[in-house]
Design a protein around this ligand. Structure first.
Ligand SMILES: Nc1ncnc2c1ncn2[C@@H]1O[C@H](COP(=O)(O)OP(=O)(O)OP(=O)(O)O)[C@@H](O)[C@H]1O
Length: 462
C-alpha cells in the first residue's frame, strides 16, 4: 500500500505558484488526494459483509425472514423501523444481495430493487421506477413512463415478476414520505395504495411468483396510522427495530472504512472526533460517514496532505446544509411553495424583522408567510390548498429540521403567533435552491420590487 496522500506528478511544470501557471499547466500539475478508495464512503455504496459493524440481532431477524424464499416458500413482509442512518437499508440490501447469489446456485430466481419514498412524488412514479429497475436488471425492453395509466404500470410489474422471477424483493425506503400531492383529508396517502396493491397481488394469487416487501421508515407511527383499513388488513409486516448508534459504535463503523483514505492521512484523533460529533447529534452513521468524506474533500481542495479535526469541524456545517437542501429538493411542490413563501418573507423583510420587538432577522411570522403563500399561488395560478394544509406542511418541514417552528407572544398579552425560524440554512439560500429547481419560483422573483413590497406591506400590517 502506498503511504500518505497520492501525488500524481506534473508533466512539464516547475512553477510553484499556481496563480502564475497557464490553464494547461495547472490542469497537468501535481494532483493530491487523500482518498485511496472514495467509493467506500460514498452515500449509496452497499459495503461488504465484513464492514458491517454490530447489528447482529437485526441481521439474524432479516436473514430468517428472507430464508424461506430459498426453499420455495413465501417470505413475510418486513417493516424495518428506526432513526435515520441506523443501517436499515444496508441490512436489507446486504441480505437481499446474498440471497440472490445463493438463489442463483439453487435455481431460485430472485432480484431486488429499491425505491426511496423521499425521491418520488407519486404512486405512478414509484411504481414506474420499480418496474423500470426490474426491466433493467432482467435485460428487458424498457417501457415508457408516460402515456400509460398507473394500473397498467402495476400490470406490467406483475407480468415481469411472474414471467421472469420466483421472488421479487422490493425495498421501499422511507416510504412514509411518499404521500403524493393530490391528498385531501379523506384520501389515504400514496404509500397506502402502493402497499395495498403490492401486498394484495400476492394474496389473491394474481401471480404464481411473488413479492416480498421490505419497508423502511423513521416514522413507523406516521406510516401505520396513514394506512387505510383495507391496506391495514392486507399489509401485516414483521417489525425489526433499529436504535441510534453511540459514539463507540460509530467509531467502529468509521474504522471499518478508514481504508477509503491513504495510510497516515487521517490524523490520530479524527475518527474518534468525527464519531463524537455524530453521536452528539442523532447517532446517525450516514452523518458520521458524510462528515468524514466532506472533511477529506476540504483537505483535498486546500491541497493539504492530512485530514484533521479542524476539517471535520468545518465539514459539519456543509453536511448539515446539504441535508436540508436535499430535503427541500425532494419534498412535494406544494411543500416547496409553502417554504418559498416563508423564505421570501425572511429574505425581503430583513429591515422590518430586525427592527421589530418580537420578531427576529432569522424568522418569518406564520400568518405573513401564509399570506405570501396565497399571493404566490394567485400570481402563478397554482392550486391553493387550505390554511390547515399550509400549517401542517410547515410543521412537517419542522420535523425534517428544515426550519424550526415556534409559538411566540407579541408581549403585553397581545396574543401568540406561529413563527418559522431559519436555523440550519439561511432563507436566501433556500430561495436560491427553489429558484434553481422550478422556473415558477424564478418568475416570481423577476419583479423583485413587487415581491419586496408585498412582503413589506404585510409585515407592516402584522
Ligand atoms: N452497522 C453498520 N455498519 C457499517 N456501516 C453502517 C452501519 N449502519 C449504517 N452504516 C452506513 O451508514 C449509512 C447509512 O445507513 P443506511 O442507509 O442503511 O441507514 P437507514 O437506517 O436506511 O437510514 P434512512 O432511514 O435515512 O434511510 C450507509 O452508508 C451505511 O453503509
Amino acid at each position: 500500500m502506498r503511504s500518505n496522500s497520492c501525488i500524481i506528478m506534473a508533466e512539464d511544470s516547475d512553477h510553484q505558484d499556481s496563480s502564475q501557471l497557464s490553464i494547461t499547466e495547472q490542469l497537468s500539475s501535481e494532483y493530491h488526494t487523500v482518498f485511496k478508495d472514495k467509493d467506500l464512503i460514498e452515500p449509496d455504496t452497499i459495503v461488504d459483509e465484513d464492514r458491517i459493524v454490530g447489528r447482529d440481532e437485526q441481521l439474524n431477524k432479516v436473514i430468517n425472514i428472507v430464508k424461506p424464499a430459498l426453499h420455495g416458500d413465501q417470505p413475510e413482509d418486513m417493516l424495518l423501523r428506526g432513526p435515520s442512518g441506523t443501517g436499515k437499508t444496508l441490512i436489507a440490501g446486504t441480505v437481499a444481495t446474498k440471497a440472490i447469489k445463493i438463489g442463483q446456485k439453487r435455481d431460485v430466481k430472485m432480484e431486488f430493487v429499491e425505491v426511496n419514498g423521499k425521491h418520488k412524488k407519486s404512486e405512478h412514479e414509484a411504481i414506474h421506477q420499480i418496474t423500470h429497475e426490474f426491466e433493467q436488471l432482467l435485460g428487458l425492453e424498457l417501457t415508457s413512463k408516460t402515456g400509460v395509466s398507473t394500473s397498467s404500470r402495476y400490470d406490467r410489474l406483475f407480468e415481469i415478476v411472474d414471467e421472469h422471477l420466483d421472488i421479487g424483493i422490493v425495498i421501499l425506503d422511507e416510504l412514509d414520505l411518499l404521500v403524493g400531492d393530490s391528498r385531501n383529508k379523506n384520501e389515504a396517502p400514496a404509500f397506502s395504495d402502493i402497499l395495498y396493491k403490492l401486498s394484495r397481488a400476492k394474496r389473491i394469487g394474481k401471480m404464481d411468483s411473488s413479492f416480498t416487501l421490505i419497508v423502511t421508515t423513521n416514522s413507523p407511527n406516521s406510516l401505520m396510522n396513514g394506512l387505510n383499513s383495507r391496506t391495514a388488513s392486507t399489509f401485516n409486516p414483521t417489525e425489526v427495530a433499529f436504535a441510534d448508534y453511540n459514539a463507540t459504535e460509530l467509531r467502529e463503523i468509521l474504522k471499518h472504512r478508514q481504508d477509503a483514505f491513504y495510510e497516515d492521512t487521517l490524523v490520530d484523533d479524527v475518527i474518534p472526533y468525527t464519531a463524537a460529533v455524530a453521536a452528539q447529534g442523532e447517532g446517525d452513521a450516514r452523518f458520521a460517514i458524510d462528515l468524514l468524506r466532506e472533511a477529506g474533500n476540504i483537505a483535498n481542495r486546500r491541497e493539504e496532505r492530512t485530514v484533521t479535526t479542524n476539517h471535520v469541524e468545518e465539514a459539519k456545517n456543509q453536511v448539515e446544509k446539504n441535508y436540508v437542501v436535499d430535503v427541500i429538493e425532494n419534498v412535494s411542490f406544494q411543500k416547496q411553495v409553502s417554504l418559498f413563501a416563508a423564505a421570501v418573507v425572511n429574505k425581503y423583510g430583513q429591515e422590518q424583522l430586525s427592527r421589530s420587538e418580537f420578531l427576529s432577522d432569522r424568522s418569518a411570522p406564520a400568518p405573513v408567510a401564509h399570506t405570501l403563500y396565497k399571493w404566490f399561488t394567485d400570481y402563478q395560478n397554482i392550486e391553493r390548498r387550505s390554511k390547515h394544509s399550509y400549517l401542517r406542511w410547515m410543521r412537517e418541514l419542522g420535523t425534517y429540521e428544515v426550519i424550526e417552528v415556534n409559538r411566540k407572544g407579541r408581549g403585553n398579552e397581545r396574543g401568540v403567533f406561529g413563527e418559522y425560524i431559519f436555523h440550519n440554512l439561511p432563507a436566501d439560500v433556500m430561495v436560491e435552491t427553489l429558484v434553481d429547481k422550478d422556473d415558477r419560483f424564478r418568475e416570481a422573483l423577476d419583479d423583485e420590487e413587487l415581491i419586496r413590497s408585498v412582503v413589506r406591506n404585510n409585515l407592516k400590517d402584522f
